[in-house]
Write a protein that binds this ligand. Structure first.
Ligand code: SF4
Length: 90
């Protein structure tokens, strides 16, 4: 099996305004109960949600999709980062 570099996708829920340009670029983004962008937990290796943010970690070949979604977001509410930058392994 091919190993993919881990990366995280964070939605800033304070910045998100439910425009949903992201869903069209990457179907792993979903509308959550508050009408804001969330991330499909089934698609993520792990998912952490607070009132302010949703952060999912992925290890797949779809980082480009997430980056397109981030670029399409008119409110700049999506950040895609190397997982190593965002978390420290225990
Ligand atoms: S495109 Fe941006 S503002 Fe719109 S739902 Fe997605 S994250 Fe929120």
């Amino acid at each position: 099996m091919t190993e993919h570099a881990r990366y995280t996708v964070t939605v800033d829920r304070d910045a998100c305004d439910g425009v949903f340009a992201c869903l069209v670029r990457d179907p792993r983004f979903v509308e959550d109960d508050d009408g804001l962008a969330g991330i499909d937990p089934e698609a993520a290796a792990s998912l952490e949600r607070t009132d302010a943010t949703v952060t999912a970690t992925f290890a797949d070949d779809r980082r480009g999709d997430a980056e397109q979604a981030a670029a399409a977001c008119p409110l700049d509410a999506i950040a895609v980062r190397d997982a190593a930058d965002a978390e420290v392994e225990p």
